[in-house]
Design a protein around this ligand. Structure first.
Ligand code: ADP
Ligand code: MG
Length: 703
């Protein structure tokens, strides 16, 4: 490396352009995936590994594995199946039957070189072919009568890549980066204190990276794959510690923003409690107090209120709202859909009107003069309590004195909306308090990682009158039976939901499907009163249907998944969910939460489309067996991983590079302790650790 970097330079200061093979084009390709320095390159870890360090006897081959085989060509021919192919039979001492190598693209020269008797070493994926095991387009080398070429002495890394960069380029680049590291480990700063490395028996950063890029042939591929290998654990740990430090820094900054002190005199709250037809559960009491304490502090509360469907979050929100109103401030309760906001409006009206408060409602349906009047009330004296959708936070809405923002079902809002919300209430370094309510049951430790910038309150108890919902899965071949079941239930005076799902299709299609289903059901169940709600109906059309169902004037409500959250009709005790295999478990659990709200025994029928994949079957079984949202989420996380379950990208949660907050959960307590230790004893390490892992993204998790 003629123009190579000097020994004293840290690798994050060495641009990738200094490596051989990196011209402007490659530099740009690398930059596109965030790699600009040699250090970035070292942190670009292989996705997986191939083992070219040992030859597998042909008799031991298993379909689905990628392996190296060696043997002699027994026969060659051209196959004329659906596609013309060159077929080469390779055998070794272990298996005279051999394996078939198949090439769909080949030159005459290539075919001529693959003669019977030639010795070949190939690498590729073993598949089950019509007659024997096969490899399609393996990499191969022939070596005639000579000694076989030497085997690799490390596992072969396969890197995540971007268009235009081959695996061979990645290997050349990382070879050079590793060679630089070889000159001097100090070129890569070690920011975990020695005492931490010793306590957890972690390798140094340099050693860990060397191993992960070029694992010695003896390394356990299974330990790497299952993330048990100490080298990988050490890097994960590094990232988790950096993440904890980043979150504490955010929190510290948060503490410097001021918020109105909402002391409140409890008069309104006491009245509300006195008028409720039920007692709060112990969990509701506890979280209400947690929130009340936060609201009295001069810094913005940022609290996530988690509670399973039906756990009674709304009344907790109402109590928090009253604390703001008692303190002379406004409160805004925002829901992700108009329907949900209506539901909140109805609930709040019922509770607040006796206290002389009239909640204002603002959604996208309010237009023109009506909207102008509402906006004027928000800016003036007339609206202590506001309910709505994100229409509440449009640019021209100015609040008189917003003290508290409550967001229901946060996971449906994108991070941008969340950001905007914050800016909205903020004026002159003041921000309103925020309470975010969700029924998405994230295990506590995971929530702490994803949202550690939020405090967490959990309602871990259902009101005492609930009976668990019995859930069955039925194939759509038995649709008629299910329809009969609906008839029976409704004739006995109960009510039912029929939920139509169409995921990843347009809303218009969803609504059409629901319309068709409603029509068909009304035809087969002439004695029942069937209603329909979906997102394309105007609120003025939907409201009477919902109200009619709530009043018992309709027997069966056909709906899209929009009834997922919020709808509350205790007499409804049967729910049919069509195509449940298309929905996430958390969503199904929420849907199912619409029944089982009264004292009658409730049932949920998962009407799936046969045949089910084994995974879909396993997921529906989880739902049948458990009624605990947290339990369900934990199992779903195991099956699908946190990204898919939580939609991490959309929730504004933080992205990780190597760590997987669900899989690496067990490392979290130690990472938190280590973050404390570093803050306390090694303050100089804080910035570089955050910079190394979070870089520019450090503001991302900010609420
Ligand atoms: P979620 O947490 O799913 O939003 P809701 O706030 O809609 O739940 O509450 C579900 C139902 O339970 C509502 O009808 C509510 O009035 C009722 N409820 C709330 N708390 C209690 C309680 N402590 N005891 C009995 N019923 C309750
Ligand atoms: Mg709710």
């Amino acid at each position: 490396m003629s123009t190579g970097p000097s020994k004293t330079q840290a690798l994050n200061q060495v641009p990738v352009e200094e490596l051989h093979g990196v011209g402007p084009k490659v530099a740009e390709q690398l930059a596109r995936i965030g790699i600009t320095s040699v250090r970035d390159l070292l942190f670009h870890l292989p996705l997986r590994y191939q083992d070219r360090s040992r030859v597998v006897p042909i008799a031991d081959l298993e379909p689905g594995t990628e392996v190296l085989v060696e043997g002699e060509i027994r026969d060659v021919g051209i196959g004329y199946g659906r596609r013309r192919s060159l077929k080469v039979w390779l055998a070794d001492a272990s298996e005279q039957g051999g394996i078939l190598l198949r090439f769909f693209h080949f030159s005459g020269k290539q075919a001529a070189a693959l003669k019977p008797g030639t010795k070949l070493r190939c690498f590729g994926e073993v598949r089950r072919g019509p007659q024997s095991l096969e490899m399609v387009h393996p990499e191969y080398r022939h070596y005639g009568r000579a000694e076989p070429p030497p085997l690799e002495d490390s596992l072969t890394p396969i890197y995540p890549t971007t268009e235009g960069l081959q695996q061979s380029s990645w290997r050349l680049l990382t070879d050079q980066a590793l060679a630089l590291l070889e000159q001097d480990d100090a070129m890569l700063e070690e920011w975990l204190p020695r005492e931490v490395l010793e306590r957890f028996r972690f390798p140094t950063l340099a050693a860990a990276l060397r191993l992960l890029h070029r694992p010695p042939a003896a390394t356990s591929a299974a330990a790497l794959r299952d993330r048990r290998h100490p080298a990988l654990r050490r890097l994960v740990f590094d990232e988790l510690v950096a993440h904890q430090l980043g979150l504490r820094r955010l929190r510290y900054r948060q503490q410097r923003i001021r918020a109105p002190v909402l002391s409140g005199d409890r008069r309104l709250r006491a009245k509300l409690l006195a008028g409720l037809p039920f007692e709060l559960t112990a969990a509701q009491h506890r979280v209400t107090e947690e929130i009340a304490r936060d609201l009295q502090r001069p810094h913005p509360m940022l609290r996530l209120l988690q509670g399973d469907v039906g756990s009674g979050k709304t009344v907790v929100a109402a109590l928090a709202s009253l604390q703001a109103v008692e303190s002379g401030r406004q409160v805004a309760l925002m829901a992700p859909t108009e329907l949900l906001s209506e539901q909140h409006l109805r609930n709040l009206r019922g509770w607040l009107e006796p206290l002389g408060l009239d909640p204002l409602w603002l959604t996208g349906r309010h237009k023109g003069r009506e909207r102008a009047e509402l906006v004027a009330r928000i800016a003036g004296e007339g609206a202590p309590v506001m309910v709505g959708t994100h229409a509440l936070f449009q640019d021209d809405v100015r609040f008189r004195d917003l003290g508290l923002v409550i967001v229901d079902e946060q996971h449906r809002f994108g991070v941008h909306q969340r950001m905007k919300l914050k800016e909205k209430g903020a004026r002159a370094a003041q921000a309103p308090h925020q309470l975010i309510m969700t029924a998405t049951p994230i295990p506590r430790s995971l929530a702490m990682t994803l949202y550690a910038d939020l405090d967490l309150s959990v309602i871990d108890e259902l009101p005492p009158d609930r009976t668990p919902v019995t859930t069955v899965a039925v194939s759509d071949g038995r649709r008629q039976e299910v329809i009969e079941r609906v008839r029976d239930a409704c004739i006995q005076g109960r009510q039912a939901y029929w939920v139509c799902t169409l995921i990843d299709e347009s809303e218009a299609l969803q609504c059409r499907a629901a319309e068709d289903t409603a029509e068909a059901l009304a035809a087969s169940l002439p004695e029942l009163r069937v209603g329909l709600v979906h997102g394309r109906l105007k609120a003025t059309e939907r409201e009477p249907v919902m109200a009619g169902f709530a009043a018992g004037e309709l027997d069966l409500l056909v709906a899209t998944t929009l009834i997922e959250v919020g709808v509350d009709v205790p007499n409804a005790s049967l729910m049919i969910i069509e195509n449940p295999e298309r929905l996430g478990l958390a969503q199904l659990h929420q849907l199912r939460g619409r029944v089982g709200r009264g004292s009658v025994r409730s049932h949920c029928v998962l009407l799936y489309h046969a045949p089910l994949s084994p995974q879909a079957r396993a997921r529906l079984a989880i739902l049948r067996e458990s009624s605990d949202g947290f339990e369900i989420a934990r199992k779903d996380l195991k099956l699908r991983g946190p990204g898919e379950v939580l939609g991490t990208r959309q929730t504004g949660g933080v992205q990780f590079r190597i760590a997987d907050p669900a899989g690496d959960e067990h490392l979290l307590p130690a990472a938190r302790q280590t973050a404390d230790l570093i803050l306390d004893r090694y303050p100089g390490h804080v910035r570089p650790l955050i910079e190394r892992w979070l870089g520019e993204r450090v503001e991302y998790g900010r609420v």
